[in-house]
Design a protein around this ligand. Sequence first.
Ligand code: ZN
Length: 131
Amino acid sequence: MRPRPGDHRDNRFFWEGVRRGELLIQRCAECGRLRHPPSPMCPSCRSLAADAVKASGRGTVYSYCRPHEPRLPGFDPGYVVALVELAEGTRLVTNLIGIDPAEVRIGLPVAVEFVAVDPDLTLPMFRPLRD
Ligand code: ZN
């Protein structure tokens, strides 16, 4: 079984959004700066007030790797871990789907897809955008 993401008050909104099929980005309620991963304090203005905005779900591959060892339960061999830069400017660690790992490139346009990896866990993953 795939490891579960951490669940705490700072990121709960994110995972609740994922369960609804929405990719959310934390936003400072004072200065409006977007940030990810969710955290309790704005790094710009130190405000503790935050809300969230719905992301477009579009982005590009900022970086990626193809882990080979150790083999981890819940991960199929050949999976791709990517750092995706969203159109809104924040980045998140995710997996790429629907692409031969040898074809992954930095700058590749991608779009979010919500994947049920098991009955109790849905994860936001990214699929290459085709013309
Ligand atoms: Zn702020």
